[in-house]
Design a protein around this ligand. Structure first.
Ligand SMILES: [Zn+2]
Ligand SMILES: [Zn+2]
Length: 182
C-alpha cells in the first residue's frame, strides 16, 4: 500500500469530484449541475449540507481549484495546500463518528461543505507531498479526456483514467497501424 487508507480515500474523492466535468465524465456532460447530482456525489460525506444553489456553486468552484492543484509541481502544490488550510483556519484533531475508528478532521462538522472538501483534500495532499509522490497525481493520456487519476501501480506506469480510455486509445492506434499496412 502506498498511502494510508484514509488518504487514498480522500484522493479518490478528489478524482470523483474532478471527473464530473464534461471533458472527463463518462456521459460527456457536466455531471455536477443539480442538487441531486451533488447529493449523490456526497452520499458518504458526513457533516453540514445546505443543499442549496450556493453550496453547489461553491463545490463546483472547489472542483476547479482541486483540478488545478492536482497538476502543480511539488513546490507549487505546497503553496496551494498551505493556502487552503490557512483560509479555512484548519485545526487538526482526532475524531470518531458514524462507527468509524479514530481519524483526523481539520474542520468542524458545521463548516461549509466546500471548505471541508478543500481541507480534507489538503490533508491528503500533505501525505502525498511529504512522501514525494506528487508524480502519481496524473491526468489521462487520452487526447479527448482530461480525467484525473492516482497512479497506485508499483512501477508508476499507468497512463489512463479508466479502462474505457485505455481501450479507446489502443483501438485507435491499432486501426492506424492496420490502415498503414493496407
Ligand atoms: Zn470523518
Ligand atoms: Zn480518460
Amino acid at each position: 500500500m502506498l498511502f494510508a487508507p484514509d488518504t487514498e480515500e480522500a484522493l479518490q474523492f478528489i478524482v470523483d469530484l474532478a471527473n464530473t466535468t464534461a471533458t472527463a465524465s463518462r456521459s460527456g456532460a457536466d455531471e455536477l449541475t443539480t442538487l441531486a447530482e451533488l447529493d449523490a456525489l456526497l452520499l458518504t460525506y458526513s457533516g453540514r449540507k445546505d443543499r442549496d444553489q450556493a453550496e453547489l456553486r461553491a463545490v463546483r468552484e472547489t472542483r476547479d481549484l482541486l483540478r488545478a492543484v492536482w497538476t502543480l509541481d511539488r513546490d507549487d502544490a505546497v503553496e496551494a495546500v498551505n493556502r487552503m488550510l490557512r483560509e479555512a483556519r484548519a485545526v487538526p484533531y482526532l475524531t470518531r463518528h458514524d462507527g468509524s475508528d479514530w481519524h483526523i478532521h481539520a474542520t468542524e462538522p458545521d463548516a461549509p461543505l466546500a471548505e471541508r472538501i478543500r481541507v480534507e483534500a489538503a490533508m491528503a495532499l500533505i501525505d502525498v507531498i511529504r512522501m514525494d509522490e506528487t508524480g502519481r497525481l496524473r491526468v489521462c493520456d487520452a487526447d479527448d479526456c482530461d480525467g484525473l487519476f492516482i497512479d497506485l501501480s508499483r512501477n508508476g506506469s499507468r497512463r489512463f483514467c479508466s479502462v474505457r480510455c485505455g481501450n479507446r486509445v489502443n483501438m485507435t492506434a491499432f486501426r492506424a497501424r492496420k490502415a498503414e499496412k493496407q
